[in-house]
Design a protein around this ligand. Structure first.
Ligand SMILES: O=C(O)CCC(=O)C(=O)O
Ligand SMILES: [Fe+2]
Length: 424
């Protein structure tokens, strides 16, 4: 199933105005419209083709005509780089391998999308300096270096070098720190929790921005593979969208900090993989595609997921990735799951629920472990950073209170036959 979003508000918004709630309210007042009428989400089935596109010089955007399988027939979507993200259109396909025909159509649609993005960048004179260029095949995705990440952050949201260094400091992990106790803990236990990773004033602002973003109808129900799998609403977001579209600079900094983690963890994780590969572990075979990958096996997905749970919603016990011995491959390229929470500090796990429960040493299990399996519970309060290997089983316990989380998947893409970008 592919989701497309149509936002009638779109033509109303001046270029680069944010979608934050104040902006929307102001625009609604000015145009005499009800704020609830402005955002719609259509589930439109599989995108079969992008039939037509044109560059609208007046509005400086592309318009795409999509044909899909849903009842909505054909519809126009607007793409202008800062507004409606194409990632939203082609975001979710079932993770079990769809038919060859669907794979092919999806590939074709992706090629179209990429050509639009390239043309768009070209039209704007941009040099494509993002952290990763999403239209490249995974094995060509450049490895993240701190310099790239700094550049990306500056290009994307104007974070300067000083702020960047501070962001890394917040996470209490410094470059060159790969033998430090926190990283050792991650490698040996598979999980790392850092409490108070943010200074309090930043935490307060982060919390406020995330709640404004959520209250502005920017999140939509997460795609589910099975009914009842997860109860959250989500939006995929990068630094650029956060800072420019939503006016959420602390969220942008949060995403940039999570991306910096990949860089910082690279040497240690790379050593871990080499050691496991040397011991004959098939999961850790490193393909010799990129000699520089000796010290860099990790990169990041361009977008992070902002999720909001409410009304007792949770996420059943699952793995974000798994190794398929029968295929000798991993299901996707996710290696580490890194989360920053955005919930008040008076959170009470007993009364409010919403713990992230991670089952330790569970990555090889074929099915979800029983609750008595050794586990740890993380309280989702603002300032808490949790990083864990994506193959560990974990769940979000039902949350009686609004529960928000910003998640970035850190990737190890080199052996990926992935034809489905999970986010781009
Ligand atoms: O929000 C959390 O604590 C974890 C969410 C999660 O497991 C996921 O989105 O895959
Ligand atoms: Fe997960």
């Amino acid at each position: 199933m592919v989701y497309a979003m149509v936002r009638p508000i779109e033509p109303l918004l001046p270029h680069n105005s944010g979608y934050n709630i104040r902006n929307l309210e102001r625009l609604c007042q000015e145009s005499g419209r009800d704020v609830h009428s402005l955002c719609q989400i259509h589930v439109v089935g599989e995108v079969l083709a992008i039939r037509e596109r044109f560059w609208d010089a007046e509005q400086q955007c592309f318009w795409l005509r999509l044909r899909d399988e849903g009842d909505f027939g054909e519809q126009w979507l607007r793409k202008d780089g800062t507004s409606l993200g194409l990632g939203t259109i082609l975001e979710a396909l079932p993770s079990k391998r769809p038919s060859a025909m669907l794979q092919q159509t999806h590939r074709r649609a992706l090629r179209e999308v990429r050509s639009v993005r390239t043309a768009l960048d070209h039209a704007r004179g941009k040099e494509g300096k993002g952290l990763t260029t999403p239209w490249q095949p995974w094995h060509e995705v450049p490895r993240l270096s701190l310099a790239d990440a700094q550049l990306g952050a500056q290009v994307n949201c104007g974070i300067n070098g000083e702020e960047w260094a501070r962001a890394l400091g917040w996470l209490k992990i410094a470059p060159g720190d790969d033998d430090g106790p926190l990283i050792q803990q991650l490698l040996s236990e598979g999980v790392l929790v850092v409490e108070h990773a943010f200074p309090p004033d930043f935490a307060e602002q982060f919390l406020e921005e995330v709640s404004e973003l959520d209250n502005g109808w920017n999140l939509h129900p997460a795609p589910q593979l099975t009914p009842g799998q997860r109860g959250d609403r989500i939006v995929w977001i990068d630094e650029d969208l956060a800072a420019v579209r939503y006016g959420a600079r602390c969220v942008a900094s949060g995403i940039a900090s999570l991306k910096a983690l990949a860089h910082v963890l690279n040497p240690a994780v790379s050593r871990l993989h080499r050691a496991c590969a040397a011991a004959g572990d098939p999961l850790h075979v490193l393909l010799p595609k990129d000699p520089a990958s000796e010290d860099a096996v990790l990169t990041v997905s361009p977008k992070a997921q902002l999720a909001s749970y409410s009304h007792g919603g949770g996420y059943i016990c699952h793995q974000d990735n798994r190794f398929r011995p029968s295929h000798g491959t991993r299901l996707n390229s996710r290696e580490l799951t890194a989360i920053l929470y955005a919930n008040p500090t008076d959170w009470d796990l007993q009364g409010d629920g919403g713990a992230l429960r991670i089952y330790l040493g569970s990555e090889q299990l074929e099915s979800a472990p029983p609750p008595e399996h050794p586990n740890m519970e993380v309280k989702p309060t603002v300032g808490t950073l949790v990083v864990f290997f994506s193959r560990l089983w974990h769940e979000v316990l039902p949350s009686e209170r609004l529960r928000r989380a910003l998640t970035l998947w850190i990737l190890r893409p080199e052996e990926e036959d992935s034809w489905i970008p999970t986010a781009f």
